[in-house]
Design a protein around this ligand. Structure first.
Ligand code: G4P
Length: 193
């Protein structure tokens, strides 16, 4: 997605070996016009798939997921990283290990929100090692819903995430694919949409 790549080049900052900071438009402050455009591209890519729900994980996946859901005309569900007091029964959970943070967290979705009739599009902001998306695939499978694919805003192709998801038989659609960082600059490979 050309608009997204241009924005990453203009406003993204490479931190250390493998982190891209995009907190001026995606992960902290959010550019809703860009998110809306991103939602349209994902919705177009999955228009013929009969999507009934968009699923993401809090926090930074929520904005692109919501605009995708709006464009598809379906609800958006975000998996929670912390149980709250109203989540009392029928909770589907998965353990997600973060290589970046080196902690395991349990993410959850209320089981009554997903059923075997659902066809789900997973959306997330970053694909690094794929553990967050893998946890969502696990939860959605527990509900016996089917998965049309995973839509990713920014993929770091030099990490293992895509392979992890493709090994599970899940299609990945990334709008920007970072091949490598070179002298503090982003080098893109061909994107999926
Ligand atoms: P994985 O899910 O692909 O395995 O990712 P990993 O454990 O490596 O990453 C943990 C968190 O760091 C995730 O967010 C992920 O989106 C984010 N992340 C990974 N690489 C980058 C990067 O290069 N830049 C930025 N800005 N974030 C990155 P999270 O902990 O779920 O955070 P949030 O969504 O609550 O903000």
């Amino acid at each position: 997605m050309k608009l997204l790549e241009e924005r990453i080049l203009a406003d993204g900052r490479v931190l250390g070996e493998n982190i891209l900071k995009v907190d001026s438009f995606l992960t902290h402050q959010v550019d809703y016009q860009l998110m809306k455009a991103i939602g349209q591209v994902f919705a177009t890519a999955y228009a013929e798939c009969g999507i009934t729900k968009v699923v993401t994980i809090e926090a930074s996946g929520i904005c692109p997921a919501l605009y995708t859901a709006e464009a598809l005309g379906v609800p958006m569900i975000f998996a929670k990283k912390h149980k709250n007091i109203t989540m009392t029964e029928g909770i589907l959970t998965a353990d997600v290990y973060s290589f970046t943070k080196q902690v395991t967290s349990t993410v959850s979705i209320a089981g009554r929100l997903l059923s075997a009739e659902d066809k789900v599009l997973i959306i997330d902001d970053f694909l690094a090692n794929g553990q967050a998306a893998k946890g969502l695939v696990d939860i959605i499978s527990q509900a016996q819903a089917s998965i049309a694919g995973v839509g990713i805003v920014i993929e770091k192709s030099f990490q293992t995430g895509r392979q992890v998801l493709e090994d599970l038989g899940v299609q990945v659609t990334s709008l920007a694919r970072i091949e490598r960082f070179e002298d503090g600059q982003v080098v893109f490979g061909p994107a999926d949409a």
